[in-house]
Write a new protein. Structure first.
Length: 233
């Protein structure tokens, strides 16, 4: 087989992003090349479009417990590692009480990959507020990872985030052309992923619908999250 220059470029790019690397899965040697000039200002990947003013309402069910999850793409931006990131506000309420309040930072490179650059998160517990999950790419050893590849295809795992000891999520595309029915409707041609943390047991499957984003999540803890509605300002 003849190896073209384009093939060599693609292989080098995937290796630099940590695709197919055992070292990446363990955290060792994971050092993605981040060039601000290779990023754009919009996040318009078909399977994870982040349009400011869009609000997603989800229902979370786990046993007898139910929670409301509101995700809003903000007009605000945050510069991380020299890159202007889109800010997403994620709020979880349970029985009228605030449980989680998180600001996530995303950016898309010019190849179409959506990167995750960190989060400012607060989890409200009986004994106070837990901010342990907060991290920012470029601070200390923290590095960004890819949430949604430009052309998702089933393959090897990839790193979604890297904050040693507190943020070590992995992702893997495992199926295409899935059909999912949730309260907001029936969605065809969904991308199905398997996502997990190297710091915890278990995993979750997510379904990403074209032009929408996440429409359903199922975890090994029996938690099911479904999309209730999408609104635009």
């Amino acid at each position: 087989m003849t190896v073209t220059r384009f093939s060599v470029f693609v292989i080098a790019l995937l290796l630099s992003l940590g695709y197919g690397s055992n070292a990446s899965a363990k955290g060792k040697g994971y050092d993605p090349h981040i060039d601000p000039t290779n990023f754009q200002t919009k996040v318009d990947n078909p399977y994870l479009p982040l349009v400011p003013g869009t609000t997603y309402k989800y229902l979370e069910k786990e046993g007898r417990d139910t929670r409301e999850n509101i995700v809003t793409v903000m007009p605000d931006t945050k510069v991380v590692m020299g890159i202007t990131c889109t800010v997403v506000h994620d709020v979880v309420n349970e029985k009228g009480a605030l449980k989680e309040d998180t600001f996530d930072w995303y950016a898309q490179d010019k190849e179409g990959n959506v990167w995750y650059f960190g989060e400012d998160t607060k989890e409200y517990k009986k004994n106070g507020v837990d901010t342990e999950g907060s991290w920012e790419a470029g601070v200390g050893p923290n590095q960004p990872g890819i949430i949604m590849p430009s052309h998702p295809t089933p393959g090897k795992p990839f790193r979604q985030e890297y904050g040693p000891g507190h943020a070590e999520d992995m992702g893997q595309v495992i199926a295409l052309h899935e059909t999912v029915t949730v309260p907001d409707g029936t969605f065809k041609d969904c991308v199905k992923t398997k996502e997990w943390s190297l710091l915890e047991s278990g995993h979750e499957n997510k379904w990403y619908a074209k032009d929408i984003g996440v429409v359903r999540t199922e975890s090994t803890t029996k938690e099911v999250v479904t999309l209730i509605s999408v609104t635009h300002q």
